[in-house]
Design a protein around this ligand. Sequence first.
Ligand code: SF4
Length: 683
Amino acid sequence: MGQANIEYERLFDSSDLSERESLRIMQQKVWGFFCEDIEKHGFSVREGQQNMALDIADAIANKQHLIVEAGVGIGKSFAYIVPLLLFHKQFKRPIVISTSTITLQEQLVEDIIQITKILNYPIRIVVAKGQTHYVCRKKTDELSDDKLRCCLIKSIDNGAVERAHLSNDLPDSIWNSICITNYGAKPCKNCSYYNECYFTILRKEMKKTNQAIVCNHDLLTAHLKKMRDLYTGLLPNECPVIVIDEAHNLEEKVRSSLTREYTKGEIIDCASFASNAANKQGTDIEHTLGSLNSHLNKCYDILNKQVDDQINRNEAQIETGRFFFVPSKEIMDEIQRVSNVLIDLNEKIQMHIKSNISDQQNMVVDSFSEIAEYFSNLKNIDENIGWIERIESNATSLKMCICPRNLSEEINELFFSARHICILTSATLTNKHTGSCEEMYRYLVSNIGFPNESDFCKIKGILAEPKASPFSYDKHTLLYCANDLPHPTKYRDEFIKAGSLRIAELLHLSDGRALILFTAKSDMNYVYDLLLSMNLPYTLLQSNTGASQESVLAQFRSDRTSVLLGTGAYWEGINIIGESLTNVIVFKLPFPVPDPIIKDKCDKATDPLLEILVPEMIIKLNQGIGRLIRSEDDKGIVSIIDSRLSEGNNAPYRKMVWDSLPIKNKTSDLCVLQKFYNRVFVQ
Ligand code: SF4
């Protein structure tokens, strides 16, 4: 057991009266803040917020992990920041809040500052982003373009540390060549900028113990992984309470942190750089390199063919870019050969390594050893999920990816160990809104290995009653569900044509001001072209034009009647308050695309539709619908064009979906919808 555990247990030692008393004081103050003084602080009483804050205070005092769903508008950040700050006031231990986007990190800092003023309890706040968000001064010196280099160095010397500070239109290719990617490796140790490097300073700041740390899920995962493997992490070793906001993203973020991926070019480059660190004379390193090259070519050719076959069969995963890895005898034999050559080459390099190699070469040799290990893991497809990623038809962009199959066990070990307690929250954590908490949170709990109350572990997991949104959905919203359109997957073309005409009617009804959400880019492009051909009197904006999400949203807000067609990130995390958005249109029920990750989950389920696909769809649908009502005064309509939810349809998930949605009033009659819309906007 590491030092961190000892510290943690001392903090929550139930025999220590002073600590128990401090926890009791923290609970009492949380109660006072939300149940007695909230209006004095200028806020309205919100039952969901009160209950959430009290649940969190109880979880901290009782040393329990907690999951709590917080409906839109209950003020969840205040509900956890207040208990955290009051905990900090009693114990002077670091508090950590993790969220999934930079925008939310920045918003949280403002919220913390606001509450520290109310509590009259100032605290240091450190915002910790991943290393790739910061510029490396040393790499900038190595840029070949003199003009660009001088310009960037001038900005860095004037205090620019992030991409947005340097320039708004720095291309990805330039940014990728100058951002920090391997901080702490040997080049950093010999770097003349080491002491003034912003990331060096930030790393030291992150380790300080008496503060609030606002980080993202990637950084938190990296910290917890280091803590598990090395007993020391990126944040203070002892962080007794961690809040994970936007926890519906946790599984995906941990998966991407634990996924290893390589292109053929990366492996060959690394092998040849690493072999330059060895004394090749009298060895057959060059010959082994040649052999590696030819086996890798064969291996990646087979993988490319697997992708082509899936594209030719027009399989849906083209949308996600994640293709199935088919473990045929042909590819497994080739992987075995590549793996043997990699191990052989690695041994030869290690045996003949030159005595005076540079730090950079040392680093490359280490990376090459990792690649040799990675490839041997590919043979073990029982313990790992492998898949292939490729950008369109670019064969050289093909990546072989691998991540642990037992992700829920990994998350359990990293996040729900005895080192700290985790509070998980988000507006969409439940897969249904009826039944017991175990039933409502079942999908999340199983995906992240959340411990239950009866698990034999030191820190139990508690599921709190979901906190309903305080917004007047009944008064301010109406849900329209089309009941007369063709089936969206069985008759795709007919559905898209009829669906586009229905969308045009809905846009006339709300005079534009709509967000149309798609799960497939191909559907979005098709509908965009059809709407364009109708010469509608609204500006049509699309999410996939290459412009940043921020600039697309700025345009959408400023052009009041514009219509935005979006996929992916547009389903969640965008906040458009007011009359620019009064109509959210869901084109198709957002069932997940059957990619390798989803397939693996389905393979393990007894009823893949109801256990995996429907819960995934419900969580995403609620995220999308949640874009409409962002404040007490927001009003509007939600339309689901997909007739699978309509009365006459006997889909087994219909009731489950309707029960889970916050909007209960619904219609399939466009006249009723029009009347409702006119009424709420005349009032
Ligand atoms: S310390 Fe490392 S990250 Fe910082 S400037 Fe030097 S090489 Fe770049």
